[in-house]
Design a protein around this ligand. Structure first.
Ligand code: FES
Length: 111
């Protein structure tokens, strides 16, 4: 079973979990009590599932679709390797995928 690593926003903590193939990073975060909101439950209508992908892994992900790019534009603390966690689906090849939580989230639907 592939593994995923979540790095805390300040970089001080790394937690590794089993990452079943076919589950999204958001789903894996929720199963393991990681504080990633995911307000729209993966329907590309928020940016609260924003994660910062380790640059070593970023190019190995499927490129984001336009809707994801649009939502990411609204994400707080956007970086060059930002993605929406609900759109990253685990595969065997992504074993060891490392993502960092952004330092703050802000849901533009509310703000
Ligand atoms: S959970 Fe809303 S876009 Fe990912």
């Amino acid at each position: 079973m592939p593994k995923i690593r979540f790095v805390s926003a300040d970089g001080s903590q790394v937690q590794e979990f089993d990452a079943p193939v076919g589950l999204s990073v958001l789903e894996i975060a929720h199963e393991n009590g990681i504080d990633l909101e995911g307000a729209c439950e993966g329907s590309l209508a928020c940016s609260t599932c924003h994660v910062i992908v380790d640059p070593l892994w970023y190019d190995q992900l499927e490129p984001p679709v336009e809707e994801e790019e649009d939502m990411l534009d609204l994400a707080f603390g956007l970086t060059h390797t930002s993605r929406l966690g609900c759109q990253i689906i685990m595969t065997e090849e992504l074993d060891g995928l490392t993502v960092r939580l952004p330092s703050a989230t802000r849901n533009m639907m509310v703000g």
